[in-house]
Write a protein that binds this ligand. Structure first.
Ligand SMILES: *Cc1c(COP(=O)(O)O)cnc(C)c1O
Length: 388
């Protein structure tokens, strides 16, 4: 039996055709297809401006730079995320501060954000964990009262909706970032984008993507000549290529279809596990539409009388490559060295003890879904029997 990965991309012949054509075009680095891809993603998400970059991490970095983060500033995010969500603060010499998660959704708890605020706080980076939007209205309210930037890390949430508005529309934030890494909803192999409705932030995002260089006559003042450009900030080379954009444009056409399959699989899992008292799926609020990036189960290890390692090994023995999202960011040695200690976010730490991610991806076959459900039930049963 073939192994079932926890996630994988779905590249179809038309995607390959589209990339082939891009390879034969005049521009293969940042060219006209990048602009087309930006326009399409912005339109899909209902945002005014989009700046495509070579990864979601780069998008987070230029978003922090556009917000003007610097040494001495603090940013608040959740520890249940990929390290990139707070590494972007460190890139700017700002200090990450972690607010705890809500038990039901594993998204950041606005009440704990309030507790972690101080006069150095400049930005909140909510992460729409597993595709479920955070409480954006409350977060926007905190930001407004305290004059903070909000950068949504929507790497998991392309296609999600919050109270009727698309994630990415940045209705409750200054900027939103997406990732097009292979495991995300649509892929450009590596890639990301920053979305905003603010013209000034848009200009800054573009500047930081491209070495801090501008050729825009609006910024240059007098006409220096056709060769002329200026480097105005210390930017980076974070450009996406036209080859990748060709893939992104083609993938975007399938996004709603992919989202529908993800939702179908999640419904099937939820239904199958509703009778198992040893496991608990994440909750879904009735005012959101999740993008269902990950299917996370919380195991009651006291009830099933097994350790997480036992559980992982059982799944992997059956060819089901389960995963864990995430190790609390501040558990990592680099963060420990910065002075972070256990106990900062008790809910997140408990979540880490209990969580496990089952396979979920559009290319997953019905029989694979059934195999995962069967294996989950069997593993729980086996542990229950063996330890009594
Ligand atoms: C994937 C991911 C990122 C980073 O995206 P890359 O494109 O891999 O750089 C950031 N935040 C979260 C929550 C992610 O899952």
């Amino acid at each position: 039996m073939k192994n079932i990965p926890y996630a994988r991309q779905w590249i179809k012949p038309e995607d390959i055709y589209s990339v082939k054509r891009a390879l034969g075009a005049q521009y293969i680095t940042q060219g006209p297809l990048v602009a087309v891809f930006e326009r399409l993603v912005a339109a899909y998400c209902n945002a005014k401006y989009a700046v495509a970059v070579n990864s979601g991490t780069s998008a987070l970095h230029i978003a922090c730079l556009a917000a003007g983060l610097k040494e001495g500033d603090e940013g608040i995010s959740s520890p249940i995320t990929f390290a990139a969500s707070t590494n972007c603060l460190l890139y700017c010499k700002a200090k990450p501060v972690f607010a705890d998660i809500l038990d039901g959704t594993a998204c950041i708890n606005p009440e704990d954000i309030k507790k972690k605020l101080n006069r150095r706080t400049r930005v909140i980076i909510p992460v729409h964990f597993a595709g479920h939007p955070c409480d954006m209205q409350e977060i926007a309210c905190i930001a407004q009262k305290n004059n903070l930037f909000v950068i949504e890390d929507a790497a998991h949430a392309l296609g999600a909706e919050y109270k009727g508005s698309k994630i990415g529309s940045s209705k409750y934030s200054d900027m939103t970032i997406l990732s097009f890494h292979a495991v995300k909803h649509i892929t450009t192999a590596e890639g990301g984008i920053a979305l905003t409705n603010n013209k000034r932030l848009y200009e800054r995002l573009k500047l930081f993507r491209n070495h801090g260089i501008t050729k825009d006559p609006h910024f240059l003042g007098k006409d220096h000549g056709p060769w002329y450009y200026e480097m105005r900030e210390l930017g980076f080379n974070y450009r996406l290529t036209d080859i990748q954009s060709a893939l992104g444009i083609s993938q975007l056409k399938k996004l709603d279809f992919f989202l529908k399959i993800r939702k179908g699989i999640v419904n099937e899992y939820n239904k199958a596990f509703s009778q198992c008292e040893e496991i608990k799926p994440l909750e879904e609020r009735n005012y959101v539409r999740s993008a269902h990036h990950l299917y996370v189960l919380r195991f009651d290890f006291k009830k099933i009388k097994a350790s997480k390692i036992d559980l992982f090994n059982e799944y992997r023995k059956k060819g089901i490559i389960v995963n864990l999202h995430y190790i609390p960011v501040y558990y990592h040695p680099y963060y420990k060295k910065l002075g972070f200690k256990k106990g900062v976010c008790p809910n997140a730490e408990k979540f880490y003890e209990e969580a496990l991610t089952l396979p979920l991806f559009p290319k997953m076959k019905e029989r694979e879904v059934i195999r995962v459900i069967g294996a989950t039930k069997n593993i729980i049963k086996k542990f229950n029997r063996s330890k009594i």
